[in-house]
Design a protein around this ligand. Sequence first.
Ligand code: CA
Length: 226
Amino acid sequence: MRILVVEDEHRIAQSIKKGLELERYVVDVAYTGTEGYDMASAESYDVVILDRMLPEMDGITICKSLRQENNHVLILLLTAKSQTSDKVDGLNAGADDYLTKPFSFEELLARIRALSRRPSKMLQSVLKVADLELIAETFEVRRDHKPIQLSSKEYALLEYMMRHPNTTLTKQQLIDRVWNYESDILPNTIEVYIKNLRGKIDAPFKNKPPLIQTVRGFGYKIGDNV
Ligand code: CA
């Protein structure tokens, strides 16, 4: 899952980013309202953690503008005050949930998980492709009931592919969704990650059909309807 954190307090933004990265989310940070709004409109995120009070453009305005553009990204609004009017304003502006500062990292994580479990948002927490299973809440991956150990990037790549089964994904799409904004990643690096994933989810299961397919000239897909 790819998350954008829009928060002008650098220390808070960095600690959220570090914490979320340990939980294997892919995280970008924006420190001003305009930067946050530009990134949220231009890039594709699963969740935007949006501070209400921001320089240049406040959280409520960003929220409204994104919704007006039909951007349905999940938005978790951070509010400094616990007044009811703040919450109501946020939800009216199109935020999916809000969290009052100060909050613990565990609270934030619980809200993100709760948001991404909402069935209407198409973010299932258990993904299946043939006998390959990924449990997003615990980061477990199993094939044929056997646990598979993946690095955090391999996991993020597999999760993204499994959310789009039987769909050809270009290397650029994979880069855009699995690596953050600052990463200088080349398409060749994707090949290395795909090779490693194959070594873990296909190679050990020789009597089963391989699940990761190369679509020559386009990219890759995961699925069992080859
Ligand atoms: Ca702020």
